[in-house]
Design a protein around this ligand. Structure first.
Ligand code: G3P
Length: 220
């Protein structure tokens, strides 16, 4: 499973890229607003992210009509070759995805909560399908069970083009572990989760012991 960062923070993206684990980035309007982003700076900000991360960088459209989504998507795709246009699953979004995919533009269909939504996204031509986990948990449903169903459904069929499942709306390590065991292709995680993923108390304790013993070696 590949790790994407779910953020619009350049600082976080630069740090994760320096670890050698960053395969891509997903952004959305909420994450961009959290960085204090302005409309005028939006394309420039996506360009800066693409300069740091050479993997797929999802930038979301906000139009509700297919023609608006296609226009926004074409503008976003022109920013850099690794931009992926993120489009919400809805009838107008599916129609726009069909058009964008036919033009050779990669689409990440987002806000997927059901197997039929995921299958339709893939059929419409989406290169990536993003089931949300945490938002199911927020309403006391099992987000991981829904993710597992979508991973299985997508893997059951040949869509005539590659389709990767991005486990999204991840809130903690357990989501990532289960997503990997289910065979999700990608987990997109907030930076705070990525930092926790690399840590374990036994690693810290093991390191302390090694350092203490190395002091003995140096003093022998
Ligand atoms: O990429 C968007 C998705 O990950 C949203 O997560 O935490 O807002 O449900 P969240």
């Amino acid at each position: 499973m590949k790790f994407f960062l779910d953020t619009a923070s350049l600082r976080e993206i630069e740090e994760a890229a320096s670890w050698g684990v960053l395969a891509g980035v997903t952004t959305n309007p909420t994450l961009y607003a959290r960085e204090g982003g302005s409309l005028a700076e939006f394309h420039g900000h996506i360009k800066r992210i693409c300069d740091v991360c050479d993997g797929p960088v999802s930038a979301e459209t906000v139009g509700l009509r297919r023609d608006e989504i296609v226009r926004e998507g074409e503008d976003l795709a022109a920013i850099a070759p690794n931009v992926v246009v993120k489009v919400p699953v809805m009838p107008e979004g599916l129609a726009a995805t069909k058009t964008l995919a036919a033009k050779g533009i990669d689409v990440n269909m987002t806000l997927c909560f059901t197997v039929p939504q995921a299958l339709m996204a893939a059929r419409a031509g989406a290169r990536y399908v993003s089931p949300f986990i945490g938002r199911f948990d927020d309403i006391s449903e099992d987000g991981l069970e829904h993710l597992g169903n979508m991973v299985t459904a997508i893997s059951n069929y040949d869509f005539g083009h590659p389709v990767e499942v991005i486990a999204a709306s991840i809130r903690h390590n357990g989501h990532v572990v289960e997503a990997a065991l289910m065979g999700a292709d990608i987990a997109t995680v907030p930076f705070a989760v990525l930092e926790k993923l690399v840590k374990h108390p036994l690693t810290d304790r093991g390191l302390e012991a090694f350092l203490a013993d190395w002091e003995k070696v140096k003093n022998a």
